[in-house]
Design a protein around this ligand. Structure first.
Ligand SMILES: C[S@@+](CC[C@H](N)C(=O)[O-])C[C@H]1O[C@@H](n2cnc3c(N)ncnc32)[C@H](O)[C@@H]1O
Length: 281
């Protein structure tokens, strides 16, 4: 988000450091209590505590400032974060378009930057469907869909116990008990035991969702819809993902009908996070 952190820091930092001041950072939470997450450039490390204090002065709702110390890593897709200043309790309630998400960003994946993607699901009317959200994290996609679609039933599977805990909390906070079932576990182990087929499956794990396409196709109904996420090379966004999808579908003797191609966000200078929606006949 845009902010006037730069003017706040102008009286503190020597002029030669001004150009390194981050232009933006994430804020997760509500008007009452939020956490800021900032990536401090190497050149400004000696001033990191001053920068954190300045953020808290500028944004009155920010109670803690965390530094992004690594990229996201591992199966849980979290990163190392360090408290630079403020309250060590970094659990907050994030409010977004009528939904509420309890989250500690140190413990589970959540990106405030993906609100547009969540809005796409929130605003898509669905009929009487059985929906599976693989890699469901703290539950934002499941909750966005279930909030506006009283006739769907959602199963949400997540591997990280902390994310699963928050997913259960969020189902309760959004009054969706009985509409979303949260399950802790690896989709590869859980899905075959569900004894259920789904009308729609979301696979929001751009790093490696393709490795679970066999698991998804096995539980997707005939003519079901798949929302497949992938990190795609910037210069050729769709080919790799569509080829992988078609290859796996072939193994299941099923046909892929592409419905939608969505460019979500830049992941790195060379990779984009994309989503392909396909009907699998
Ligand atoms: C990129 S995050 C997305 C989380 C959530 N859908 C969201 O939009 O905030 C991917 C999630 O998948 C979970 N995950 C990774 N491998 C998994 C597996 N084999 N089975 C279940 N969940 C898995 C991670 O713990 C992580 O929370």
């Amino acid at each position: 988000m845009k902010h006037d952190l730069k003017s706040e820091l102008e009286s503190i930092l020597p002029r030669e450091y001004f150009s390194y001041i981050p232009r933006s950072f994430d804020i997760i939470g509500s008007k009452g209590r939020s956490v800021a997450i900032i990536e401090i450039p190497e050149q400004l490390k000696v001033y990191e505590h001053e920068i954190a204090k300045a953020i808290i002065r500028v944004h009155k709702n920010v109670v803690s400032v965390l530094s992004k110390d690594t990229e996201r890593f591992g199966e849980y897709r979290i990163r190392d974060m360090r408290l630079l200043y403020g309250d060590p309790n970094t659990e907050v309630l994030h409010k977004e378009s009528g939904c509420i998400f309890k989250i500690d960003p140190k413990k589970a994946y959540f990106s405030p930057r993906e609100s547009t993607e969540r809005e796409r699901f929130r605003s898509t009317p669905l009929g009487d469907e059985e929906v599976l959200v693989m890699f469901s994290g703290i539950g934002p996609l499941a909750i966005c869909m279930a909030k506006n679609n009283p006739n769907i039933k959602v199963t949400a599977i997540e591997l990280n116990p902390d994310a699963y805990y928050y997913c259960q909390e969020n189902i309760r906070l959004n009054k969706l008990n009985g509409k979303i079932e949260a399950i802790l576990g690896d989709v590869r182990e859980v899905c075959p035991k569900l004894n259920k087929k789904f009308d729609r499956i979301l696979m929001p794990l751009p790093k490696g969702a393709y490795k679970f396409l066999d698991v998804a196709l096995d539980v997707l109904k005939f003519s079901g819809i798949l929302h497949f996420y992938h990190w795609a090379p910037k210069e050729n966004l769709w080919e790799e993902a569509e080829n992988i999808l078609t290859e796996i579908a072939d193994e299941f003797h099923r046909k892929v009908e592409i419905l939608n191609r969505i460019k979500i966000s830049a992941y790195s200078p060379s990779l984009w996070k994309i989503r392909i929606d396909a009907r699998i006949n």
